[in-house]
Design a protein around this ligand. Structure first.
Ligand code: GLN
Length: 188
């Protein structure tokens, strides 16, 4: 199983370590030609969505990645990755890949709660640790979007068709269940 990890900016190495530990091979997507390789799934890591969105366009990767996702490529998106997928961003900023009918609020937890750790139930998996770093949340979930987890009434994990998107960072915690569930999506 080969997983492609977007590696233009942000926390991509941590995803690679976790996926390799679970037996997958990883390739890094840094430029348009990297998208010509075969892979079974795609990871959009945390980082800075504004920078990542800009780089996707500048590096000529935007159209291919968008069409791969629309064609059913399994995706695991964390934090900035969730922002990249969202159709709409609250506050009038333009969206990026816009492959998921959700509205996302960026940097949504204010200064005091910029970063925090908790545990909560994730549908289909159970209790998982959740590390939030200047995280977004899903303010509105459109038709067909399955809400998998909420923390203090805010939606922090969603699934839409082939796309699993999380406001937190499962790659930073010991628990491997979310990455295992993603690899199971890639096996299908
Ligand atoms: N605050 C970042 C953004 O808006 C996301 C933070 C993260 O990925 N940890 O893109």
């Amino acid at each position: 199983m080969t997983i492609a990890v977007l590696a233009v900016q942000g926390a991509f190495i941590e995803h690679e370590k976790k996926l390799e530990k679970l037996g997958a091979s990883c390739i890094e997507l840094r430029k348009a030609e990297d998208l010509e390789q075969h892979y079974d799934g795609l990871v959009l890591p945390g980082g800075e969505s504004t920078v990542q969105g800009k780089l996707l366009k500048e590096l000529g990767m935007y159209d291919t990645i968008k069409s791969q996702i629309e064609a059913g490529m399994p995706v695991l998106a964390t934090c900035a990755g969730l922002i990249l997928l969202a159709d709409n961003l609250e506050g009038g900023e333009p969206g990026h890949l816009q492959t998921m009918p959700v509205t996302v609020k960026r940097n949504a937890y204010g200064r005091q709660l910029g970063s925090f750790h908790t545990e909560a139930d994730l549908e289909g998996i159970g209790e998982v640790p959740m590390t939030f770093i200047r995280a977004p949340y899903v303010a509105e979930a459109g038709d067909g979007v399955q809400v998998l987890a909420t923390v203090e009434d805010r939606i922090v994990a969603v699934k839409y068709k082939n796309q699993l998107a999380l406001a937190f960072h499962p790659e930073l915690d010991e628990n491997d269940e979310i990455h295992k569930a993603f690899l199971a999506m890639c096996e299908k």
